[in-house]
Design a protein. Structure first.
Ligand code: BES
Ligand code: MN
Ligand code: ZN
Length: 495
């Protein structure tokens, strides 16, 4: 357990705590919280009277009352009538992040009823737990501990004086998602010399053992036997052994949802080598794989009635005397030949083999997540992931799951004109379509290998990690995809 989230049938006010976090709508101090002000000897109302805080979106104030709470952190939700699950998740993240930086250790959190908008108690419980996990996360395991360390935030008690059971049911789901997200972020953060394909496989094994899931790991010999020529082409320049990871969660009979994640544990570009500036960020090129692992962590805890397969093709992309060269032609798992025009377009190669491998499951649907193209940052910035697919209904289903999950995506067109750009003079297809519409031609390349099932691709290159601290999220890995994948799968589960 990274963050222990529980729900207590209690109102805030008279409880002793290191830190009471209150999420409140814009305006005057909510009437439902009058007891908090009384217990704090008027400290909260003096804050409002001084006009130092009015509950605007993302606004935060810390009050030090004489007791019984050592601190009260107020977080603004913005206009109460406009509150959706997104604002609730966000306020919880902001509150937890502040409680964490204050070194509170264990905090209490309460959402004023005036600030719940039209969100049900169950959904509120879920998104609050998700947000608390998001804000509490930190990565310290590779630094020597400081002389005077702040306590990490290890627990949050959500105070729910009404609808307690519903809130608790939602919070259990949200806490599971939060655990998945924390696992994903840790694995994302670990550098390329630690997080290798072998390491990812080991993580999958441990996860499977924890939740009694089936796991199969293909080593290089098994990958050769399977005929995954595209994955092998990426791996052949590196001293790190490739792995192909298969996870299976069997919550119900029937056709599975298949989740695929790009697991390039470091992307130098290969012979088409990348410039040195920011190349260290390419340790994050396994973020899709980490999102699949995080989604399975969440599913292992939630245990919904649905069948889910996870596929992770993993390799390191290095230049060397044995590396694949521009112009080389390779044979993929599907049998299509690929001209490798640019060895830096490696993600689509190993994903192609994973998509082809997925056929054996007769999937209900396949989703892949990948830090696939720099071009997606040009198209959508760091605000949204790109969605592409071969089935408009699935693309829309993914978009809606992302909207609910607070991991927004936007569809890009897959017109035939774009497909033409991947034509090769020598092979069935080439692995780049040039600079124009770079994310779409990458999507079209994948589509050539998603032959027999509905499929959507999530390009998370712009959203998987962030180079600036924001109110909700620490600098670094975001865990992008875990919430979307989980929402999507829960949406497909039998009641
Ligand atoms: N891993 C990169 C994409 C990437 C770029 C992720 C920036 C995160 C931030 C991918 O393997 C890649 O190198 N793509 C190339 C494709 C090109 C060679 C067609 C790119 O986007 O430049
Ligand atoms: Mn690359
Ligand atoms: Zn890459």
């Amino acid at each position: 357990m990274t963050l222990d989230i529980t729900v207590a049938p209690a109102a805030p006010g008279t409880r002793a705590t290191a830190c009471l976090v209150l999420a409140v709508p814009e305006g005057s101090f909510p009437g439902s919280l009058a007891a908090v002000d009384t217990a704090s000897a008027g400290a909260v109302l003096r804050l409002y009277a001084a006009k130092d805080f009015s509950g605007k979106k993302d606004e935060v104030a810390v009050v030090y009352p004489p007791g019984p709470a050592a601190r009260i952190v107020l977080v603004g939700l913005g206009k109460g009538s406009a509150v959706t699950r997104t604002e609730l998740r966000r306020a919880a993240a902001i509150g937890a992040k502040r409680a964490r930086s204050l070194g509170a250790g264990v905090a209490e959190f309460h959402l004023a009823v005036e600030g719940r908008g039209t969100v049900s108690a169950r959904i509120a419980g879920q998104v609050l737990a998700e947000g608390l996990g998001q804000g509490a996360w930190q990565f310290t395991e590779m630094k020597r501990p400081p002389e005077d360390p702040k306590a990490p935030l290890t627990g949050v008690v959500i105070l729910a004086s009404t609808d307690t059971a519903e809130m608790a049911a939602g919070a259990a789901v949200g806490a599971a998602v939060a655990e998945g997200q924390a696992l994903t972020r840790r694995i994302q953060m670990l550098p390329g010399n630690v997080c290798t394909p072998t390491f990812l496989a080991e993580q999958a094994r441990e996860l499977a053992a924890r939740h009694k899931l089936k796991v199969t790991i293909l080593d290089r010999a098994a990958i050769v036997k399977e005929g995954m020529g595209a994955l092998l082409a990426v791996a052949q320049g590196s001293a790190e052994e490739p792995r192909f990871i298969v996870l299976e969660y069997d919550g119900a009979p029937g056709k599975p949802v298949v989740l695929v994640g790009k697991g390039v544990t470091f992307d130098t570009g290969g012979i088409s080598i990348k410039p040195a500036a920011n190349m260290e960020d390419m340790k994050f090129d396994m973020s899709g794989a980490a999102a699949v692992l995080g989604a399975f962590e969440a599913l292992g805890r939630i245990r919904p009635k649905v069948r889910v397969i996870g596929l992770i093709p993993s390799a390191e992309n290095m230049p060397s005397g044995t590396a694949v060269k521009p112009g080389d032609v390779i044979t993929s798992h599907l049998g299509k030949t690929v001209e490798v025009v640019n060895t830096d377009a490696e993600g689509r190669l190993l994903l192609a083999d994973a998509l082809s491998y997925a056929r054996r499951y007769e999937p209900a649907v396949v989703l892949d997540a990948a830090t696939l193209t720099g071009a997606i940052v040009i198209a959508l910035g760091h605000t949204a992931l790109g969605i592409m697919g071969n089935d408009d209904a699935v693309v829309e289903e993914v978009r809606q799951a992302g909207e609910r999950a607070g991991e927004r995506g936007w569809p890009l067109p897959m017109w035939d004109e774009y497909r033409e750009l991947n034509k090769s003079d020598i092979a069935d297809v080439r692995n780049t379509g040039g600079r124009p519409a770079g994310s779409i031609t990458a999507g079209w390349f994948l589509r050539e290998f998603a032959e027999s099932f509905p499929w959507a691709h999530l390009d998370i290159a712009g959203t998987a990690y962030t180079d600036r601290e924001d109110p909700t999220t620490a600098k670094g890995p975001t865990g992008m995809g875990v919430r979307l994948f989980t929402e999507f799968v829960l949406g497909r589960a039998r009641a």
